[in-house]
Structure formats: C-alpha cells, structure tokens
Design a protein. Structure first.
Lengths: 198, 89
C-alpha cells in the first residue's frame, strides 16, 4: 500500500489501515460506535486480568468448602466472586498437588479464560508454545523455568473446544499466617496457566 | 458494553500489555462490539480466528485476528466490500 501524497505524520501501516477501514465502515453503517470500541478496550486493559483469578485461588486456599465447589463447578464458583462472561462460560479448574501438575494450552488459536486471567500473553499465542506444549511439555516447562520432578504426573489440557481451564496452584509452604488478600498477591498469571510454580 | 463483560471494582493490574500497537486493540474491540450489538455468539468469531490461525500458523497473532475479522464480517454481510476475492467461505 502506498501512501504517497497523504499527510499522515507517520505513514499508516497496511494493518493499521485495514483495521481503520473496518472500523469506519461499521461506524458508518451504524453497527458499532468508536466509543463502544474504546470502552471494550478499557475494560480488558483495566478490569479483566490475573488479579481476578488470584482472588479465586486465594479464596480456595482459605475456604475448603469454596475449593470443593470450585473444583466441581468452576463456572458457578467463579461467578460467586463476581467473575464471568465471554470466554468464561464453561470453566474447569484443575488442582495441582504434590503428585499432579496441570498446564494449559490452546493448540488451535488462543482460547483463554478472559474473566479470570484477562487476555493471553504473547507467548501463549505463539506457534512454538501451541505446538510444542503437547509434544514435549516437560522440555517447554523447563525452558520457561519450571523443572518438574520425574515422579510428578504432568497433564496438558487443550482449551480449543468449549471448556476454558484455569490451574489452581498449590498453596506455598509457610503461608499459614497470611490473610486472603496477602495470599492473592502471591498468585501469578503463569501459575494459573501452569507454566510456573507459585 | 453489556454488564456481561463489565466488572465492578477498581482498576487492577493486568499482567502485561497485551496490545503492542493501537490497531490491535481496535481490531479486538471491534470483534467484541459487533458480537454484542448483533447478539451473536462469540464462537462465531472464534471459529474464524481458528481458521485464520490454521491457515498461516506462524503469522503474527493479531494479523491473523485482523484477517479473521475481515472474513467474518464478510460472511455476516456487514462489510462485503472489505472481503478480498475468494476470502468468504
């Protein structure tokens, strides 16, 4: 695409131009407004993110009844704390234990539980992660800094179908005196995807 | 924006910046906004995204997203003029 003769301070890339063309056509047709698009972006950048998932994990660590509900019906238990919506309609929570470690991938695209984790990080969407995590998960985890003992069973969950997975990490040792809010601060996004320990 | 997507509460830290460039955020927001306004299932778009990623697995993610947006909107006949020849399925 040539922008010769245009007066953009910085020439628009082809990709920018395509996105802008779509938006202006849809606005012109009255399908969407630009303000609505602004609002959606704002929500995903500010309100949806791993802190929601961390809240869920911390509650499960301190409340055995909640943990049980979370593992048996993830969607409902997460909704109890006020989180839900698109890409979170069918949640399954996977418990890490001393014997089992869970890790989540989407082999076909980028399926990810938005209400509890926000939008996926770049590495999650990369071809390398999507293809290798099913073929050689231990090697990928080791490269990401998580060395799993040989006797720990590793389960890899593919989110491509309807279900969205979130990992419930093990509560770290020596955290008995912490409040729920302090515990939530310990929980990381990578821990809830299963590529890191907490 | 429907309350289905909105959550109450103070701004929270969101792991990392998920959009490298503003057009990526626009392409993302457009897909959500059209889905909401036309009362479509998110899966409608997601299936186009899967196909788009599958067509060119090593293409940068947001470029695949943009291509999926174009074929999806063409399929639901909202912006026919954007569809490259042969892009509709």
């Amino acid at each position: 695409v040539s922008f010769a003769g245009h007066h953009h301070p910085k020439p628009m890339s082809d990709l920018e131009a395509r996105a802008a063309a779509i938006e202006s056509l849809l606005v012109e047709k009255g399908v969407i407004t630009s303000e609505q698009v602004d609002a959606v972006i704002e929500i995903f950048q500010k309100d949806l993110g791993p802190m929601n998932g961390a809240t869920v994990v911390a509650r499960a660590w301190v409340d055995p009844g909640y943990k049980q509900r979370l593992l048996s019906d993830g969607t409902a238990a997460i909704r109890e704390l006020g989180f839900g919506g698109v890409e979170g309609e069918n949640m399954r929570v996977l418990e890490n234990t001393g014997a089992v470690h869970n890790v989540v991938v989407c082999t076909l695209c980028s399926c990810y539980p938005w209400p509890v984790l926000g939008l996926p990080p770049n590495w999650y969407k990369d071809f390398a992660y999507r293809s290798r995590m099913v073929r050689e998960p231990r090697a990928v985890l080791a490269e990401m800094g998580l060395d799993l003992a040989e006797d720990i069973e590793l389960r890899v969950w593919d989110s491509s179908a309807e279900i969205r997975y979130m990992v419930l990490p093990e509560r770290p040792e020596g955290t008995g005196g912490l409040t729920e809010g302090e515990l939530a601060q310990l929980v990381t996004r990578d821990g809830m995807v299963g590529v890191a320990a907490v | 924006v429907t309350t289905d997507l909105a959550l109450d509460g103070a701004p929270r830290k969101n792991g990392e910046l998920v959009f490298d460039e503003p057009w990526q955020a626009r392409a993302f927001g457009i897909a959500i906004a059209v889905t909401e306004n036309r009362d479509l299932a998110w899966d409608d778009f997601r299936h186009h995204l899967m196909a788009s990623v599958g067509d060119a697995p090593e293409r940068p993610y947001w470029e695949s997203w943009l291509a999926a947006l174009e074929t999806w909107l063409a399929e639901i006949e909202m912006v026919q003029q954007l569809a490259p020849p042969g892009a509709t399925r």
